[in-house]
Design a protein around this ligand. Sequence first.
Ligand SMILES: [Zn+2]
Length: 416
Amino acid sequence: MGEKADSELVRRQNRRIVLDALRQRGNLARVELGRATGLSPASITAISAQLIEDKIIEEVDEPMGSALTGKRGRPIVRLSLRAEATHVAVVKISIDAVSMMLADFQGRVTAERAFRIPTYGSEQATFGETLAATLASFIEEHRGKSGVARVGIAVQGLADSRSGSINWSPVFRARHVPIAPAIEKRLQVPVMVVNDANMIAEGLLSMDRESYGGNTAVVFLGYGVGMGLILNGAVYHGATGAASEFGHMNHLPDGALCRCGRKGCLEAYAADYAILRTAYGTPQDEPRMSAVDPAQMIELMNKAKAGDTVALNAYEAAGTALGFGIARTIALLNPDRIILAGPGTRALELIEPAMHRAIKDGVVDEISRHVTIEHVSFDKDMIARGTIDALLRGLVRDVFSQGPSRASATHMEFAK
Ligand SMILES: [Zn+2]
């Protein structure tokens, strides 16, 4: 590699380091940016001047103010990502419902709407087209001709990042539903199809890299059971984006019927529908395909808390399946943390005793004692946040760190 190519590579790397620091830490003065990145003052000056010229970042005056005295000090000039530098779109698909949002370069949601689009009864071939048309008019309405630079589609189930299709999801009756091609064709931008639990892991990373940046398994509990896996500080997606399908690991050979069509999956004991099925004595080979009403889960939880034995047993069965699954995860990966997330954690106190017993039975103490098991509240929309963050990180890596000629090129250039 020649000297010129070498310095070009360093320049790109430094642009990326600066942009990632601003994405992760918010606005920073040049001195703060130097401290955060380890780059020299001369490099920071040169890179920031170029990024300002490229209209990717901008200077903002912020009051220095002391929290201690409450006095407002002299304004300090900080560098900020320019919100208008780019926009991305996020689509979340659930059973017969789709929500769409737009976010700017600072990650702020600028538009959001829910649509009723049939998924479960829809034909495999038409869903992608319908989604593409709805998304195109949503973007047009809010962004006009400016459009978006990337689209992320988050869905429960097996997302195939290579083909941009959803190979299996409880949201669809059909298998191998192509999603990305119709949208890419219509909008001429790259489309990423991802598993929603992986995006919760991305969301946690973007919220608190210090805490979750090591080896963390995020277990999603709710309408399904999923996992997002952070290994060595990055979300692990596997060969085709289907890694860590925790909910569809086998809990009991030939056991209860799962929505994926197999028997004995962990999810078939620990997802909302499974807990309901056990509690109401519905045969375990009876699948449940419609969405569970959250009110029904709250009612069941209250019954259990009031001492209803049948309801309590259903949560215990869920806790046992979950605990053995976590034990296997601990034995396999030796993680720092297991984080429980999702609406299912509202009944955590009913699940936890059996879960901890199963972990104790399932893996030797010497490994499990180093693992912290916590839960996070599910008030924030972490799936959306994680998807937005993954899209923006990709844009910084592939577009904005490349230099002025690439950064100012049209979005079409980056379409697959
Ligand atoms: Zn399954």
